[in-house]
Design a protein around this ligand. Structure first.
Ligand SMILES: [Zn+2]
Length: 100
């Protein structure tokens, strides 16, 4: 009998949520443009988490850890929707101090 942890870690080798990368990337770009929002890891990932909770996941399959995301550009999530949610998330985090 295999336990849940084994099943989970095996799946994560084959399933990958492209939305995560796209959102984190977009958060970093928009923070840099904004100039007022803190760009530390805590804030970047807090903003990303808020945005990701409002966006649908976008899964791809991977083989031997290799990502198809780089190759399959057509399969990328909608950039407009990501931008809207990232903007919203930045506004939330900006007005709520996450750290000293
Ligand atoms: Zn910060």
């Amino acid at each position: 009998m295999e336990n849940m942890e084994d099943i989970k870690s095996r799946h994560s080798e084959h399933l990958y949520n492209v939305m995560e990368d796209s959102v984190v990337e977009q958060v970093k770009i928009m923070i840099a443009r904004d100039g007022e929002t803190c760009g530390c890891d805590v804030c970047v990932y807090n903003i990303s988490a808020i945005a990701l909770n409002h966006l649908p996941p976008h899964y791809i399959t991977t083989q031997k850890g290799e990502m198809f995301a780089r190759v399959e550009k057509l399969n990328m999530p909608d950039k407009t929707q990501i931008t809207i949610e990232v903007l919203r998330a930045i506004e939330i985090v900006k007005h709520k101090k996450m750290h000293d």
